[in-house]
Design a protein around this ligand. Structure first.
Ligand code: URA
Length: 475
């Protein structure tokens, strides 16, 4: 048995070096034992002898990216699993394409869970303000599901570039002094400050964005798993908000969409002011979000409360492109959360497409509308606005690199394909796009809401579900 001793739980370069050496020396997976003991001397005294004449061997970049993520999982099996894949890749270079291989499916599943943990960390870290000898500093205690601190810390550094902060976790602590990110060993929850005024701020904010009409308790716990609740000040509100949800829903249905409250406007203005964006092409989705807030490519920024960038995993296989955020999306800062979003959610569920695995965005990132009394009435963006905003969609496409892009409705079709196309004629076809993705056109969910005749509506909806299934099979 060949024992490999890695320096730490997330020692990717050590794993990579050892795996290469073992593979080159012909050590099969069941003869390798992976351990973490902090020594990092890989094989200790007993280095395996190289196999003479072993062919040089490279692995696809996709595998390295997968391995780099999987290693952050808490599963004890991850090092061995990755080595089994590496072992087979030499003979089977297309192995990762075969989703039915148990090890491939397991590795992809672990990678997905790591990405979800990173996503949750971005959403649920709550800073508390304290003073130290240098002045104000923000400190958070967080318990990530997997070892995602190093992966996620740059997101916080970009987002809070001018704010000194420390994120303390049991695995590792990240510190940002406004210039450089540093890391220290894991901490104890007692090291993080507990109560302060920021908690009230979070509770107020959460109560303001809590949408009773969308209350699905099971879904909510999936999005905000209970394991995170104890560190979230707003979580204390949840039982009460759930209890009040029904009455609030009725009131909301009765109420027409209205202008954003001053609080929402102020929050969006703050986000826009804080968005570090220098005009360069973004390289991450976070930079797209920041850039969209600061965008002045056309005049629509004056219209909406905030820019609404796309949402979903950075490696989604399927991208949906809508037209532009509507009234509720503009307030929430998220795409497809209003009535059209509900139609999309229902149709996706019927088509068996998990929305959380797709990237959902819009051709235009601001809500174009006109005021009628207090109501904000949707206006279709013109070709100039679609063209100005294509910069952002193109950047999202370049970063996510989806295999399939679904254009929802005419504006999205114009933006994705650069021309208008009759949807009834082109639906259910895989159309080649220049960036290697396949394009699919289908109806916009709002159109389905507007079809007046019930029978025609049901028929159009059934076609829409068919189109979503078709797109998913291509992805
Ligand atoms: N309609 C769209 O096209 N996009 C949204 O995000 C919401 C409604």
């Amino acid at each position: 048995m060949q024992v490999v001793r890695l320096a730490s739980e997330t020692d990717f370069s050590g794993w990579r070096e050892a795996a290469r050496a073992l593979r080159a020396r012909g050590v099969p997976p069941d003869e390798a034992l992976w351990t973490v003991d902090g020594a990092g001397d890989l094989f200790g005294e007993a280095a395996p002898a190289p196999q003479s004449g072993a062919p040089p061997f490279t692995v696809p970049r996709e595998f390295l990216e997968l391995a780099d993520t999987v290693i952050l999982h808490r599963s004890d099996e991850r090092f061995a699993l990755l080595y089994r894949l590496l072992w087979r890749l030499q003979q089977e270079p297309n192995l990762l394409r075969i989703a039915s291989v148990a090890d491939v499916a397991q590795a992809r599943g672990l990678a997905r869970q790591v990405s979800q943990a990173a996503h949750k960390m971005k959403a649920f870290v709550r800073f508390r303000r304290v003073e130290d000898e240098c002045g104000e500093i923000y400190v958070a205690w967080f318990e990530p599901a997997h070892r995602v601190v190093e992966m996620t810390a740059p997101f916080f550094a970009r987002r809070f570039a001018n704010m000194r902060f420390s994120i303390l976790t049991p695995d590792l602590c990240a510190h940002w002094g406004t210039r450089e990110l540093t890391f220290t060993p894991g901490a104890d929850p007692a090291d993080a400050p507990r109560e302060d005024a920021l908690e009230d701020y979070w509770r107020t904010y959460y109560a303001s964005i809590f949408n009773p009409a969308r209350l699905k308790t099971a879904q909510m716990q999936k999005e905000m798993p209970k394991r995170y609740w104890r560190n979230l000040p707003e979580a204390r509100l949840i039982p009460e908000l759930i209890a009040r949800a029904e009455a609030k829903t009725d009131a909301m249905v009765a109420q027409a969409p209205s202008e954003p409250t001053r609080r929402v406007v102020r929050a969006a203005q703050r986000a826009s002011r804080d968005a570090p964006y220098d005009g360069a092409a973004p390289t991450t989705l976070e930079e797209v979000c920041a850039g969209v807030q600061a965008c002045r490519r056309c005049d629509l920024w004056k219209c909406g409360t905030q820019g609404v960038a796309g949402e979903g995993p950075a490696r989604a296989k399927l991208m949906f492109v809508g037209e532009q955020p509507g009234d509720q999306e503009d307030l929430a800062g998220k795409p497809f959360v209003g009535p059209a979003g509900k139609v999309l959610d229902r149709a996706l569920a019927e088509a068996g497409v998990p929305r959380a695995e797709t990237f959902v965005t819009n051709a235009v990132k601001h809500f174009k509308h006109e005021l009628r009394g207090k109501r904000r009435i949707h206006k279709t963006p013109d070709a100039g606005e679609v063209s100005a905003c294509r910069w952002w969609l193109d950047n999202e496409r370049r970063i996510v690199r989806p295999r399939v892009i679904v254009a929802l409705g005419a504006t999205a079709t114009l933006s994705v394909f650069g021309k208008t196309m009759p949807i009834a004629k082109f639906r259910q076809q895989a159309l080649q796009l220049p960036d290697q993705a396949q394009g699919v056109v289908t109806y916009h969910p709002s159109y389905l809401l507007r079809v007046p005749d019930a029978e025609a509506k049901a028929k159009a909806y059934a076609l829409f579900v068919e189109d979503l299934k078709f797109a998913w099979t291509l992805a």
